[in-house]
Design a protein around this ligand. Structure first.
Ligand code: SF4
Length: 445
């Protein structure tokens, strides 16, 4: 199985734009221009999705992505077609947010198990930021999370600024955090909703003062903290958005796009079937997922079969749920390996790694688009070979670099070792440590 063409090929160095591709400023990729949409509506009816799929074929190459943060990407555009796509989307009422990314959980307002519906606060914040106009000069990739909790909460989503709903003495407060997920962010204060917008604007002004590239991590949390002591953060577990999920009494069917991508033809077939089954809405969700609403429980199996036929992941136990990958050589000019072939290799050669205890990141190059944060274990395409990165980002210093032909035997040795142990893959890899892991995969033991 070939996971990579000769590595020192004509792959382009990854483009680090420091900005997110939009309809107005699409990004050059290996298959044309890519535009990322942050839909204003939390979800679309199947008919609207069908229109989207058709537009992706008319103006692009008919490939659509759902990103790790739950945004939609349309690929294979040209300079001319991107403009026409923007017009056609607007005509169809499929509007996108522009400017500062303010994210809420995909089921906000529908999930009765959430602490608070974050959407009104998110809207108030959007309006306040817009009213500030040129007074705020923010980094294009700056992200604010407004997480009211619930089943599919955003506690694991890293953000520059976050507002996490917490219950204190019967009241709901918003915990303001800087640079991290709900556990790792630096907590600054817990405020009532009426004070939250002003508090965030203050942070955005502080970022503006630091310069247009400043991110949440550049602010000094000690100088900004309003409370000397705050309760420790609470981990709020959130299941993978795959399979039949019940969110506060609401039944939802989650599907994941393998490699975060679906072809318009497959999407159309799936949506046609969903319409027949009575689906009312399909929502984008973090983790390269789509959530289907309105399917009656007795038709859930039919809906799952439809999704499976369209190539979507419907089983929470599917080992591919633990792999995060970009298109690599198959769809990006910077790709040095083929993550899809690598996935097949992992599933067949090293299933012990896919026990769910760790996240594997397969990255076509060191840019790490599919998973910008650190991953438990990563395989990254580099000009010198396939880099094995432990607990780091795709471009971080590797534990070892392997020739493509050596990867299969190396994974096989690792699999044998993990199978012999009784602990999870994550625990055993931690126990091995970088030196032990390097020796094992290089066969130097
Ligand atoms: S990480 Fe993947 S998608 Fe991003 S630039 Fe590299 S090869 Fe392309």
């Amino acid at each position: 199985m070939s996971v990579a063409q000769p590595l020192a090929t004509a792959a382009r160095p990854p483009e680090r734009r420091g900005a997110c591709p939009t309809l107005a400023t699409p990004m050059e990729t290996g298959d044309g221009l890519l535009a990322r949409l942050r839909p204003v509506a939390p979800g679309y009816a199947p008919k609207a999705w069908l229109r989207l799929a058709t537009l992706s074929q008319t103006h692009g190459n008919g490939l659509l992505d759902v990103t790790a943060r739950g945004n939609l990407q349309i690929r294979g555009l040209t300079r001319n077609s991107a403009g026409q796509l923007a017009q056609d989307l607007a005509d169809a009422g499929l509007h996108s947010h522009a400017g500062l990314a303010i994210e809420t959980p995909p089921l906000a307002g529908l999930d009765s198990s959430e602490i608070a519906d974050g959407r009104p606060l998110a809207e108030a914040l959007r309006a306040a930021v817009m009213a500030e106009g040129e007074a705020l000069r923010l980094a294009p990739k700056l992200a604010v999370v407004v997480d009211g909790g619930g089943l599919l909460n955003l506690s694991g989503q890293v953000a520059d600024i976050r507002l996490d709903a917490v219950r204190r003495d019967g009241a709901v407060l918003w915990r303001i955090g800087l640079a991290g997920d709900a556990l790792s962010a630096h907590a600054l204060a817990e405020v009532p909703q009426s004070e939250a917008v002003a508090a965030v604007l203050q942070l955005l002004s502080a970022l503006t003062a630091l310069g247009p590239a400043a991110r949440g991590r550049d602010l000094d949390p000690a100088a900004l903290a309003r409370s000397a002591t705050l309760p420790p953060p609470q981990a709020i577990p959130s299941p993978a958005p795959v399979g039949v999920l019940t969110a506060g009494g609401l039944a939802v069917q989650g599907v994941r796009l393998p490699f975060g991508r679906i072809a318009a033809e497959a999407l159309v077939t799936w949506l046609d079937g969903l319409e027949r089954l009575g689906a009312s809405e399909v929502r984008l969700a973090p983790g390269h997922a789509l959530l289907v609403l309105g399917i009656a429980p007795e038709r859930a199996n039919e809906a799952a079969a439809l999704a499976q036929a369209a190539g979507l992941i419907v089983d929470p136990a599917d080992p591919r749920n633990h792999i995060v990958a970009c298109p690599g050589q198959r769809g990006c000019g910077s790709g040095l390996i083929d993550p899809r072939a690598l996935t097949d290799l992992l599933v067949t050669t090293a299933p012990a790694l896919l026990d769910g205890s760790l996240t594997l990141h397969l990255s076509g190059c060191g840019k790490g688009c599919a998973h910008p944060a650190a991953a438990s274990l990563g395989l990254t395409g580099t000009p010198g070979g396939i880099a094995l990165v432990v607990g780091g980002r795709a471009g971080d210093a590797p534990v070892a670099v392997l020739a493509p032909a050596d990867l299969g035997p190396a994974l096989s040795r690792l699999n044998t070792r993990l199978r012999a142990g009784s602990d999870s893959a994550a625990t055993q890899i931690t126990q091995l440590g970088p030196d032990g892991l390097r020796a094992l995969i290089k066969d130097e033991t």
